[in-house]
Design a protein around this ligand. Structure first.
Ligand SMILES: [Zn+2]
Length: 388
C-alpha cells in the first residue's frame, strides 16, 4: 500500500481539489480528502496535480519523426523499427502517457512491442495496436505493406491481421500528406468497401479506425459506421474544405472523431502552419456541432510530432480552440478511454481502476505548462517515469 497526496487532483472529468489516492499493488483503492493512512506510507507532493495517465489514441511508435518516413521505412528492417519503437514508447511513458493506441506500423513490430510492454510495465505504455493500415495499391502508407485492390483483398487482410492478434483494424479511407503521390483529399475507399471491412472486423470482435481527411472519405466512414474517424480534417491539396452540412452529419453520427493535435516546438510544417487558422475554425465547428471529439497526435510522422507531444495538445486546445481546461484534459483521459472501450482500465482516477497516474509539479488548472513537468508516473502502480 502507498498513498499519494497533492493539492489538486483531476479525476479524468473534473478537478476535485486536494486529495489522497491510496494504491494497493496495481490498483487505486481509495480517492478522498487528505487523511491519516495508518498502513500506507504517504508521498505528499504539495503544490502538485495528480491526473490519470494520459491516453494518446493515435501514434506511430515505430516511425522516427523525420521529414521522410518513406525513406525511414525503406532503409530500415523490422529489427531497427522495433528498436526505434522501444525508445519512443519510453519517451511517451516518461511524459505520463500510460496508454498509446498505435495506428500503423510494418509487419509484427507493434505486436511484439505490445507484448514486451505487457510483460514489463517500465518498457512503455499499455499498447493497443493495429497492423499495417489497409490501403490501396500505391496508396497512403502503402510502404507498410497492406495494399488491397479489391473487397476480397480487404477481407483477407482483416482475417490475416485478426489471426495475428491485432487490437484494431486501421484503414486509409483517404490519401494523406506523408506519402508521395497521395493527397488527403483523395477518396481511397467508398462506403461499400468500408462497410465490408467494418462487418468483417466486428465479426471477429475488432473495432475499425478510419483515417479520413477529405470529405468523400469522411462521408463514407460515417456511412460505414466505423468506430473512429482519424483526423477528420476536411483537408485537400488546396486547403480546408469547410462543409457545415457534413460536420452536422458527423456530429449526429456519434462516431468518435480523433482530432489530430499537439505540436511540439520546432520548425513548423509550412503546409500545416498555413492551414492552421482554417483547421482551427473547422475543429471549433465540429465541437460546436456536438461531435464526439477526442485529441490524439499522430506522433512519429514529422519532426514536431515526438511521442510525447500530447502534452502540448492540452494548452493548444485551451488557447486555440477555446476549450475549458477540464474539457481539454478529458479528451486525452476519460473521453479517450470511453472511445477506446478501455474505461475499466484507464482514463480516470477512481477506486478499482489500475494505478496509471501522472503527478506533475504545479497546478495545471491555472498553469497549463505544469503538465510538462512530471514528477511521478505510475503504470499499474509501478514507478515508470517522472523525476521525483
Ligand atoms: Zn496516423
Amino acid at each position: 500500500m502507498r498513498a499519494v497526496r497533492a493539492r489538486q487532483v483531476f479525476d479524468g472529468e473534473r478537478f476535485i481539489g486536494a486529495a489522497d489516492i491510496v494504491i494497493d499493488g496495481p490498483t487505486v483503492v481509495a480517492v478522498g480528502p487528505p487523511s491519516d493512512h495508518a498502513s500506507a506510507p504517504l508521498d505528499d507532493f504539495g503544490d502538485a496535480t495528480v491526473l490519470p495517465g494520459l491516453i494518446d489514441a493515435h501514434q506511430h511508435l515505430a516511425w522516427d519523426c523525420s521529414v521522410d518516413p518513406l525513406a525511414w521505412h525503406r532503409e530500415h528492417d523490422d529489427v531497427a523499427l522495433l528498436e526505434c519503437a522501444r525508445a519512443n514508447a519510453r519517451r511517451a511513458l516518461e511524459a505520463g502517457i500510460t496508454t498509446v493506441r498505435d495506428l500503423g506500423s510494418r509487419g509484427r513490430v507493434m505486436l511484439d512491442l505490445r507484448d514486451e510492454c505487457a510483460q514489463d510495465l517500465t518498457a512503455g505504455p499499455t499498447l493497443i495496436v493495429s497492423g499495417p493500415p489497409l490501403t490501396t495499391p500505391g496508396g497512403h502508407c502503402h510502404f507498410l505493406g497492406a495494399e488491397c485492390a479489391t473487397v476480397e483483398d480487404l477481407l483477407a487482410e482483416v482475417a490475416r491481421q485478426a489471426a495475428a492478434g491485432v487490437d484494431v483494424i486501421k484503414i486509409m479511407a483517404t490519401g494523406g500528406q506523408v506519402t508521395p503521390g497521395s493527397s488527403p483529399g483523395d477518396t481511397q475507399f467508398g462506403a461499400e468497401e468500408l462497410k465490408a471491412v467494418v462487418v468483417a472486423a466486428r465479426a471477429v470482435g475488432l473495432p475499425v479506425a478510419a483515417h479520413a481527411h477529405g470529405r468523400g472519405g469522411v462521408a463514407a466512414a460515417v456511412e460505414a459506421r466505423v468506430d473512429s474517424i482519424e483526423h477528420c480534417s476536411f483537408m485537400t491539396d488546396e486547403g480546408i474544405d469547410q462543409d457545415a452540412e457534413l460536420v452536422a452529419v458527423v456530429a449526429a453520427s456519434g462516431i468518435t472523431v480523433s482530432i489530430t493535435a499537439g505540436i511540439a516546438p520546432g520548425p513548423a510544417d509550412p503546409i500545416v502552419a498555413a492551414r492552421l487558422p482554417a483547421l482551427v475554425a473547422h475543429v471549433r465547428g465540429l465541437r460546436d456541432a456536438g461531435a464526439r471529439c477526442i485529441m490524439s497526435t499522430d506522433a512519429g510522422i514529422s519532426p514536431t510530432k515526438p511521442h510525447d507531444c500530447l502534452v502540448y495538445a492540452v494548452s493548444q486546445a485551451v488557447h486555440l480552440l477555446g476549450m475549458p481546461v477540464e474539457g481539454a484534459l478529458a479528451t486525452c483521459t476519460s473521453l479517450a478511454a470511453d472511445a477506446l472501450g478501455i474505461e475499466r482500465q484507464a482514463g480516470r482516477v477512481r477506486p478499482g481502476l489500475p494505478a496509471d497516474l501522472l503527478v506533475v509539479d504545479g497546478l495545471v488548472e491555472t498553469d497549463l505548462d505544469a503538465i510538462r513537468r512530471p514528477v511521478l508516473v505510475l503504470r499499474g502502480g509501478v514507478d515508470v517515469g517522472g523525476h521525483g
